[in-house]
Design a protein around this ligand. Structure first.
Ligand code: IPD
Ligand code: CA
Ligand code: CA
Length: 272
């Protein structure tokens, strides 16, 4: 039987993500502009990133005031319950700014430091991806009745693998990431750059990508999507022997994980 705490955390995460997703989808101003920049002039925040984080943290604090919070747009409190929420209120901000559909709300819950619940809401796809530790990964369509279990695609040979990746916002890092991608691309079927790490990870879970890697992610980009990918049968990690982290995050169907990890290690995908 599922732990009632995890059921509660999942239900709250789904509801918070749906509300934030609806706000972002229905409330996007036609003249949406950049409100602030962060690590570089192309690392942008809009008023909607901030509004979505406020909605999510307010909702979670109303229901579970003792929990800790870590949100990309500044939410940070330790909490006293052993549960911490890790929130990217809008993953894929550049897509959102330009009116492209690949963006998501990502909410994970950690218990004693371990991710136990992950929800990624992708409003323009009409899909919600969710997982509970040990309970499998699922996608809902417009209604929960459309629920389907997620499973990674059987691993193809590496030269037939479709990979996702992404590029950070710092110029020197981007240049090296482009160099790594240039060396990976002749060895695989193709590479996609979707623009939302959370959706890339869910696409591995759903068998829409064979693997995904990126350097420089933050916990809020990764936490929910990595759990969803693992619960759908993917292997996740970083450099050999390490868990996925800002240094390197890789999620792949089992037969591709080690060969890709080796290639990324050889190419120095983990440094700038
Ligand atoms: C970004 C997206 C993008 C990835 C970047 C992330 P943001 O998150 O996930 O796909 O390549 O590394 O920072 O800034 O849109 O929340
Ligand atoms: Ca993000
Ligand atoms: Ca974000």
């Amino acid at each position: 039987m599922t732990d009632p705490l995890l059921t509660e955390l999942l239900d709250l995460a789904v509801e918070a993500a749906r509300r934030a997703g609806a706000l972002l989808r229905d409330g996007r101003p036609d003249d949406l502009a950049v409100a602030q920049t962060k690590t570089s002039p192309i690392d942008v925040v809009t008023e909607m990133d901030i509004a979505a984080e406020k909605l999510i943290t307010g909702f979670l604090a109303d229901h579970r005031p003792q929990d800790g919070l870590l949100g990309e747009e500044g939410a940070s409190s330790p909490g006293t319950s052993g549960v911490r929420w890790v929130i990217d209120p809008l993953d894929g901000t550049v897509n959102y700014l330009y009116g492209l559909p690949t963006w998501a709300v990502s909410i994970a819950a950690e218990r004693d430091g371990e991710t136990v619940v992950g929800v990624v809401e992708a409003p323009m796809r009409g899909e919600t991806y969710r997982a509970v530790l040990g309970g499998g990964a699922y996608a809902d369509g417009r209604a929960r009745a459309d629920e389907r279990r997620l499973a990674v695609r059987p691993s193809p040979p590496l030269d037939q693998a479709l990979l996702g990746t992404g590029f950070g916002y710092i110029q020197a890092r981007r240049a090296h990431q482009a160099d790594v991608a240039q060396r990976v691309i002749p060895r695989v079927r193709d590479i996609r750059r979707g623009g939302s790490a959370a959706i890339d990870l869910c696409d591995v879970a759903a068998g829409r990508l064979d693997a995904y890697y990126e350097r420089g992610l933050n916990p809020w980009d990764l936490a929910a999507g990595a759990l969803i990918a693992r619960e759908a049968g993917a292997l996740t990690g970083g450099r050999p022997g390490e868990p996925e982290s800002g240094e390197l995050a890789l999620a792949a169907s089992p037969g591709l994980f080690e060969p890709l990890q080796e290639i990324l290690e050889d190419l120095g995908a983990w440094h700038d």
